[in-house]
Design a protein around this ligand. Structure first.
Ligand code: 2YC
Length: 270
């Protein structure tokens, strides 16, 4: 998973309302509704008001990302949690989360971003939560995925989790495209006949109208590759579309650096 940089997340706390309005325009759902849909739950926002979420900064590896904990806290607050960032990072923060009686805790090192419920042991991983959130957004924006065909670009952890989530949604055919042919072969072996290996990206972009872009590449999807029928759910960082492609499909693009994945994590561990 690409490591975020401060510039990509520093404005999240002050733009959640605009983000949510845009998401509603594109998908027809608010962030809270989409997260509920992604975890197949029907929580009310007042259910969350009674729940305390502790965001624990982690100094391991490359260390803190300035603005990361604040962004995660703002997203959780926006969907209804009482959220806080512990004064201490690492285990001091975990200790403080327990002492404060936090219901859920979230922490991320360079490779893994987890949420877990301190009482009932429920557990969520950002890669799987992000995949479920983006598949839910694609579902709502496209009017339903059953018996549809979807192309997954990138077979990193989010891409593979997206294939799993699409499979669970009864998608009839899933195209997979990755630079690493072995990864494609492995997915074909695991998921069988519903998987089509796409070795030519241009061909894949012409064949599929519904796309999950989960690569760390920029500008692999260009204006000529998309049209008014194209819907792209893009968890990949940086965004894999050229500026002209974005303009061309404006109401058909779902993309954010953290919001969908964090909102799904919060509801998954309630
Ligand atoms: O500030 C902190 O606590 C840092 N340890 C946070 C590091 C997060 C690294 N992970 C990422 O940037 C991406 C995110 C999109 C979520 C998963 N990986």
């Amino acid at each position: 998973m690409t490591r975020l940089v401060t510039a990509q997340i520093k404005d999240i706390p002050t733009t959640m309302k605009d983000y949510d309005q845009q998401l509603q325009q594109i998908t027809g759902c608010s962030l809270f509704e989409l997260a509920n849909y992604a975890v197949e739950a029907s929580y009310q926002q007042q259910d969350l008001a009674a729940k305390k979420a502790a965001v624990i900064p982690v100094t391991a590896g490359e260390g803190l990302i300035e603005g990361f904990s604040e962004a995660v806290m703002a997203i959780l607050e926006f969907i209804g949690f009482e959220a806080l960032i512990t004064d201490q990072p690492d285990l001091g923060g975990l200790d403080q989360a327990y002492q404060l009686g936090a219901d859920i805790a979230l922490m991320a090192d360079d490779d893994t971003f987890l949420a877990w419920n301190l009482a009932n042991r429920k557990w969520a991983n950002n890669d799987r939560a992000t995949a479920k959130g983006y598949v839910a957004a694609l579902n709502k924006t496209s009017g339903g995925l059953t018996a549809k065909s979807v192309l997954v670009l990138g077979l990193g952890s989010v891409g593979v989790e997206s294939v799993k989530a699409l499979n669970e949604q009864g998608v009839s055919s899933i195209g997979v495209c990755d630079l690493n042919v072995e990864k494609m072969e492995r997915i074909k072996k695991e998921f069988g006949p519903s998987i089509e290996l796409i070795k030519d990206l241009t061909y894949g972009l012409q064949k599929y109208d519904l796309i999950i872009e989960a690569t760390p590449a920029a500008e692999i999807i260009r204006a000529d590759d998309v049209d008014q029928k194209t819907v792209i759910a893009a968890p990949g960082i940086p965004l894999g579309l050229s500026a002209r492609a974005v303009t061309k499909i404006e109401q058909g693009l779902i993309h954010d650096p953290l919001q969908l994945g964090v909102a799904v994590m919060g509801l998954e561990v309630l």
